[in-house]
Each structure stands twice: as C-alpha cells, then as structure tokens.
Design a protein around this ligand. Sequence first.
Ligand SMILES: O=C(O)/C=C/C(=O)CC(=O)CC(=O)O
Ligand SMILES: [Ca+2]
Ligand SMILES: [Mg+2]
Length: 381
Amino acid sequence: MTHLYGAFEPRGSDGGSRVGVRYGDRVLDLAAALDPELAAQVAGPNLDHLLAGGPAVWQQVFDAVGVLEPADEHLHDLADVRLLMPFTVADYVDFYSSEHHARNLGRILRPGQPELPPNWRHLPVGYHGRAGTVVVSGTDVVRPSGQRRTAESEVVFGPTTRLDIEAEVGYVVGVPSRLGSPVPLGAFADHVFGVCLVNDWSARDIQGWEYQPLGPFLGKSFATSVAAWVTPLAALDAAWVAPPPRDPQPLPYLDDAGTAPAGLDLRLEVRLNDNLVSVPPFAQMYWTGAQQLAHMTVNGASLRTGDLFASGTVSGPEPGERGSFIELSWNGAEPVELADGQERTFLEDGDEVVITATAPTADGGTIELGEVRGRVVAGRD
Ligand SMILES: O=C(O)/C=C/C(=O)CC(=O)CC(=O)O
Ligand SMILES: [Ca+2]
Ligand SMILES: [Mg+2]
C-alpha cells in the first residue's frame, strides 16, 4: 500500500469513476474496501468529497488505509483502469518561489537588470492560471500556436518553437475559507490536504512577447499537467525541513521563524524520453507552501475546495538541478545531451516528459509521489 489517492474508472465498465488508493501496480477501490461510515467520506467520482471533509476525516481515512487488508475483488490492475483527474480544480495559482529559478530567468530574459525583481524577497510572487486547462497525467499536450516576435522584431503567428516544461509541486486545498478572512501561516494544515506533482508547460516565445506588464497568459494557459495521485500531508510527516534562511526578515504575516519547519524535502527527477535530465531539490524553495497560502489570502481572498496552488519551478543551485529547459539549455545556447546522441534545447513533437519525486520516511526509507507524464503532439492546423 502507498498513500497515493486518485480517481479511476475500470476500463470497459459502466460502473463510473471512484476514489482509488495505489497498491503497487494495482489500485484499490477505496469506498468498496472501507466500512460504510468511512466509505461515505470517500464517496463520489473523485477526491472532492474527501477534500471537503477536513483534517479529522483525512486522518481517519489515512489511518484506516494504513491497516486495510484489501480483498482481491477490490483491487484492479493499473493496466485495466483509466486514471482520471483526482479532483475538480477550483482556482489555480502558480508561484515563483525558487530563488535559483527566478535568478536564472532574470539573467536569461532580462540581462542588465537585477536578477531578482525588488519585491521578490518580500513576498511570494505568483499569478492566477487557468483552472479549466489543468489536465491529468498521461494527457497529450498539443503544441500551442500564438503570437511571437522574431529576432528581426517581426510579429508572427504560428506553433510555438520554444515549448518548455516547469517541474513543480502543487498543493491541493480541501477546506474552504471565508471571504474576508486571511489564512494565517499556522492554519496551513487545516486547509491543505496534500501535494501532487505539476508540469506547468510553457511556450517561451509566446510568453516572452505577451507577458509585460500583466504576466503569463496564453504562453502557459494551454495546459498544465498534474499527477493522477495526490499524496496527503499525513504521509509526509518525516519530510518537513527548515527552508533556507530569509533576508530580509519577512513581514509578520509571512514570518515563519519559530514555527515548525515548513519546507518539504522532496527530491524531483525530470526525464525526457527516458533520459534523466534534472534532479530539482524542493527543500531549497525560498518560500514555503504555508507562506504562499498566507500570502494568497492575506487580502481576504477566500479558498474553495479544489483550489490548486503550485510552488513555481523547482530549480537548485547546480546546472543538473534546473526544472525547465530554458534553464537547462540556457535559452537554447547549450543543448541538453540525451543518451542516444540526440540533443534538445526545447521540446519536439513526440517528446515525453515524466516528473517523479520521492520523500523521506521516518524509518530512513523513501516513498514515491505519483508521477506526472505528458507527451507533446503536433498542433492542429
Ligand atoms: O521570469 C519570468 O519572466 C518568467 C518566469 C516563469 O515563466 C516562471 C513561472 O511560471 C513561475 C514559476 O514556475 O516559477
Ligand atoms: Ca510555473
Ligand atoms: Mg501551465
């Protein structure tokens, strides 16, 4: 058993979608396996009902899953099911909280200017994304078309020539909050159910032309992939680590000095066509999920069940720890070598990207988060 929760539908059945827990290469029909009272908490086609249940219910289900001895009849081979979106995405926010990523992008896109914008160390910079185009792992990603400006300053339209990934970790909100009531740092675990891996696909040429002054728009809204599996915070007890030191000290609503460690020691791996191209370290993120949540609601903006907020691209200090190809290839100047003698700057049609991650456990082992996988297919004419 692993504590990975998702939604699945047995192939060729008309029984519909339901909540599943991952057992190796099988998936357990959770509602069928739990006693009726707890089963009611995981009712429905996906995790939405469980998410709304709140921390006491989450813990009850987690504990029950931990001691289940499921009957074979409730287990389905992964090969015989279709994995679906694990929850209904309400709002989607994406942050920019890796200092290494932000500095790299500053150097690449804004040479001659300070690497970090002046606000960066004072608040977790973010933008609102497009919830309706968040897709489950395994969904093909159609190469988007859009406007871009050529090196000769001509404005043209066509398929992106600089399609990229962003390896990220997403937080899944379960418990809503009231409009007008900020969620303080200490209330993070009252609202957030768990995490899932995210690939924030990005068309760098579209993005570079459109993004000033209001930020990313069509260059990122064509698709964002999430893992089919959500890992509850309860499974990450041994993964909390102190985030890097902050300078300057954040304003009080963001100041986590003296709180329990709020960084997460997740180790990501990014593969392109089965080549390991990067190992981004999530423990080094400057701003934590709790700070992102506090910032996102400090103006009184409310949360809804199913809100997804992503960390921002995870990049570490080393070249092999960068979570995007614009960084790995340094804007195309240094192609990434693949094992078969091929190289890549940005993605080609047919390329498949898989992001995986592990987290430490109390006994010195690791658990795996659910992967996020996506293949690029040619744009439609
Ligand atoms: O620095 C920029 O202009 C652009 C940055 C990004 O595209 C990154 C973004 O989406 C936020 C992140 O993933 O960190
Ligand atoms: Ca992003
Ligand atoms: Mg996106």
